[in-house]
Design a protein around this ligand. Structure first.
Ligand code: FAD
Ligand code: SF4
Ligand code: SF4
Length: 495
């Protein structure tokens, strides 16, 4: 599921704000109640105490595994602690996350670079997880002059050890990290201009729109369609580019012209993308791809070495905190099995309430009221019914069933694809919903699972294969039979 259904009405549920509010308000009561549940014989070494490593320690500890985090720096938190500027996130939230990890019983070894995988295994660790991030510097090629790496710049900015940067700071790159660096530079005393230089135009910058806007609001200047060539005498000489045909990324390629320009530059920061530290892996006999990524099983994130896993930025290259946490969950599932929670009956969304909300507009009021706007799609989703212009998807009430089921009516569908575009589950309802056919020819020409009513108490049915079955003779799955009976008895106008 990759889009919020509420967004089809007026705007998506502000889920991030709601979660933040819940985390802030519920922390004190939650932390006291947390304790590991479940039992496991796994003894896991987590290398790296950034968001990925912390999340892995939390998930595994919660399910009873014995976990040790090896962190080479003095504190847990990784990039978020050491690099993301304080005006974006304070230490308070990170410290609270560390408390959550401790509550799950993890042993934390700071100032401790991890020993080799071989050594860890000899110490009795059954599993090893690499959560080492992506700290290897991307290299900005210049004919002359030197740039400063963006992680170094931001780290020194954060711990206030940065020397004099002069008046004109230029950041090369168009991602979120570049925006943070330019915004940080803007806050340094004595800096007159902070400029982003990018080889395409703003429209094709990889930065989130929100981050770009924040940089603009802070007064960061943008110089589009420029490629840095050399630094000389306090000036950055750039070649002017233009947009060309789309390249492998799908964006227009940046094509160099003969025109050159010079920009005043006292400090040049390179924010052109960090990489995974290959040596961490090759030293341990772990295979890398041709492009320097770690070879890992997509389902379990196990590397080429048995019981050795890779998560977070170390797995994906520079990514996001939420993706680091998703990786940690995946590996925890692989090591200790899925985590299940029983939702109390009185906390479950009720189908009737969900249906009442559908079709009604509700504008955003505040983060604390977002549950009222949430349509609880995981309880009942009828998007494909609502968006079909031909009414070819129908919510059917099955007499014996607790919830309505969706029937697709083949003859009413012109395959416009609308239901696919709107489906929050990345499905194609007109191909995947159980289908009613009006003629045997239509049935034979389709690949959809579904049925054609032959008459005489018989239906032609396609599930895994095609068969002719009698109703009321125990010749098919009872739930399918109840569904077919509901259509015949209560929705005969569709036949
Ligand atoms: C400037 C900037 C802004 C960002 N803003 C956002 C944002 O707004 N939202 C968002 O979701 N993401 C953001 N990100 C990305 C996010 O910070 C990363 O995706 C996330 O931190 C990845 O977590 P990780 O644990 O995989 O790696 P890291 O955070 O890099 O942590 C890796 C840890 O491993 C440790 N380590 C490495 N090698 C060893 C070793 N051999 N032994 C022991 N310890 C080791 C490191 O010291 C580090 O603590 C931003 C990134 C940057 C650079
Ligand atoms: S369950 Fe709520 S938050 Fe999730 S997609 Fe549906 S409306 Fe959006
Ligand atoms: S593809 Fe068919 S079922 Fe889907 S919206 Fe279009 S007409 Fe309706």
């Amino acid at each position: 599921m990759d889009k919020c259904t509420r967004g089809f009405y007026e705007e998506s549920v502000h889920i991030r704000d709601s979660k933040l509010l819940a985390a802030r308000n519920g922390y004190e009561s939650l932390i006291c109640s947390l304790k590991p549940s479940g039992k496991s014989d796994a003894k896991v070494a987590v290398i790296g105490g950034g968001p990925a490593g912390m999340a892995a320690a939390y998930f595994l500890g919660r399910q009873g595994a014995k976990v040790t985090i090896f962190e080479k720096r003095a504190l847990l938190g990784g990039i978020v602690r050491y690099v993301i500027p304080g005006f974006r996130i304070g230490d308070f939230g990170i410290d609270r996350d560390v408390e959550l990890v401790k509550a799950m019983g993890a042993e934390i070894k700071v100032n401790t670079p991890a020993p080799s995988v071989k050594e860890l295994k000899s110490q009795g660790y059954t599993h090893v997880i690499f959560a080492t991030g992506a700290w290897a510097h991307g290299h900005l090629k210049l004919e002359s002059g030197e740039s400063m790496n963006v992680l170094d710049f931001l780290e020194q900015y954060k711990c206030e050890t940065l020397g004099d940067v002069g008046e004109h700071v230029i950041v090369v790159g168009g991602g979120n990290t570049a925006m943070d660096a330019a915004r940080a530079a803007k806050r340094i005393k004595g800096v007159v201009s902070s400029t982003i230089v990018y080889r395409r135009n703003k429209r094709y910058m990889p930065a989130d729109e929100e981050e770009l806007q924040l940089a603009e609001d802070d007064g960061v200047a943008f110089r589009e369609l420029l490629t840095p060539v050399r630094l000389e005498n306090g000036r950055l000489i750039c070649r002017v580019c233009k947009l060309g045909a789309p390249d492998a990324s799908g964006r227009p390629a940046s094509v160099e012209t003969d025109e050159m320009i010079a920009l005043p530059c006292s400090l040049l920061i390179s924010a052109i993308g960090e990489k995974v530290e290959a040596k961490d892996f090759t030293d341990n006999g772990i295979s890398l791809t041709d492009r320097g990524g770690v070879v890992a099983n997509a389902k379990t994130l196990e590397t080429s070495e048995p019981n050795v896993f890779v998560i977070g930025d170390a797995n994906r290259g520079p990514a996001t905190v939420v993706e680091a946490i998703a990786d940690a969950r995946k590996v925890a599932d692989a090591i200790v099995g899925p985590y299940t929670v029983t939702v109390p009956e009185d906390s479950k969304a009720c189908e009737g309430n969900c249906l009442l909300k559908q079709g009604s507009l509700a504008v955003y009021d505040s983060a604390g009221k977002e549950t009222e706007r949430c349509l609880a799609c995981s309880t009942v989703c009828e998007c494909c019914v609502q968006v079909c212009p031909n009414r070819a998807n129908i919510a059917i009430t099955v007499r014996e069933g607790a919830m309505q089921q969706i029937l697709h009516v083949d003859r009413m569908c012109n395959e416009c694809g609308n239901c696919t575009a709107f489906c929050p589950y990345d499905s194609s309802p007109y191909k995947e919903k159980y289908t009613l056919f009006s003629t045997e020819k239509e049935f034979d020409e389709s690949e959809n699972q579904g049925f054609f009513v032959l008459g005489g108490g018989k239906v032609k049915l396609r599930l895994d294969g095609v068969s002719t079955v009698r109703l009321g003779a125990n010749e098919m799955d009872p739930q399918i039979e109840q569904f077919i009976n509901a259509v015949i008895w209560d929705y005969s106008y569709l036949l």
